[in-house]
Design a protein around this ligand. Structure first.
Ligand code: C2E
Ligand code: CA
Ligand code: CA
Ligand code: CA
Length: 281
């Protein structure tokens, strides 16, 4: 019994300890990484399902570390939100993404219509001067406001205070697009859809995943696409991995999508090439 107890202790305690140490260590290196702008962006194409044409790119943050390899957002975004570093990191993402897009829009293949989507967290929106930050990023990149789409989650909108609402209206007036990310996974009140200036709904990949074998998921996704159409919003399906999923989505009238079927998130150097081969002609 004693041995078993010790084994258990060995099994669980060091794990907890490691977790805490790792968290603390991550927090410290996050500070340095933010100061040194050590992050990188990957871009995932958003395509028109009927033609395969690339209409936009979603910027996704990556954190290359010497110790742990390249960290994905689920390892550092929540932490950065807690510590407040997300404000500086988010500003860097916005600036880098608008700069990169401006370069791609200058190539013929982009057709000048290409947009960039940037993920926003609640903490960023609550920061005073947030609208000015967006305005500055547009000004220094030279992009028209319509080339920028900000992706917000439902929880940001549900927990909204009046300041956030005023800022969203100001962005809308500026001409910046607003998308609801992970649609259908947050609180289910839809009232914000008529109260806030939303342009686009992104259907969460958890709906798309089983669409080919679950009639219920297909009907649900169909319902979301209809809500979007009724409200005059565009619908983008996330996480499309198979041609079957793409065909079903196209059948129910979903116009846009993204996912591994089309492309993994790419380093910026590879985006221009992809645009050239995909959007030419
Ligand atoms: P998200 O906005 O829902 O982004 C889509 C996620 O799905 C990305 O994960 C993407 O790599 C992944 N994905 C794309 N295609 C497929 C597919 O076909 N199948 C599957 N299973 N997954 C696919 P990633 O890059 O790990 O990002 C995770 C989340 O981190 C994002 O979810 C977003 O909420 C957040 N995030 C990423 N970059 C930023 C950022 O700069 N700022 C903020 N605030 N959040 C960010
Ligand atoms: Ca997103
Ligand atoms: Ca999403
Ligand atoms: Ca997500």
């Amino acid at each position: 019994a004693k041995a078993a107890g010790r084994r258990q202790w060995c099994r669980f305690q060091p794990h907890l300890h490691t977790g805490m140490m790792e968290r603390r260590a991550l927090q410290l290196s996050l500070e340095e990484a933010v100061q040194g702008a050590e992050f990188r962006l990957r871009y995932q194409p958003i395509v028109e399902l009927s033609t395969g044409r690339i209409v936009g790119l979603e910027a996704l943050a990556r954190w290359p570390t010497s110790q742990h390899g390249v960290l994905l957002p689920d390892r550092f975004i929540a932490l950065a939100e807690e510590t407040g570093h997300i404000v500086q990191l988010g500003a860097w993402v916005l600036e880098s993404a608008t700069r990169d897009l401006a370069a791609w829009r200058a190539t013929d293949a982009a057709g000048g219509e290409l947009r960039v989507s940037v993920n926003m967290s609640a903490r960023q929106l609550r920061e005073p001067g947030f609208v000015d930050l967006v305005r500055d990023a547009l000004a220094s990149s030279g992009l028209p406001p319509g080339a920028l789409l900000l992706e917000l989650t439902e929880s940001i909108l549900m927990g909204r205070d009046e300041n956030i609402e005023a800022d969203l209206l100001a962005l809308k007036e500026l001409g910046v697009g607003l998308a609801i990310d992970d649609f259908g996974t947050g609180y289910s009140s839809l009232s914000y859809l008529r109260e806030l200036p939303i342009d686009m709904i992104k259907i969460d990949k958890s709906f798309v995943r089983d669409i080919a074998r679950s009639p219920a998921d297909l009907r649900l996704t169909d319902g979301i696409v209809r809500i979007a159409a009724t409200l005059g919003l565009s619908a983008v399906a996330e996480g499309i991995e198979s041609a079957e999923q793409r065909d079903l989505l196209a059948d129910i009238g979903c116009r846009y999508g993204q996912g591994y079927l089309y492309s993994r998130p790419l380093p910026p150097e590879e985006v221009a090439d992809l645009l050239r081969t995909t959007n030419r002609g």
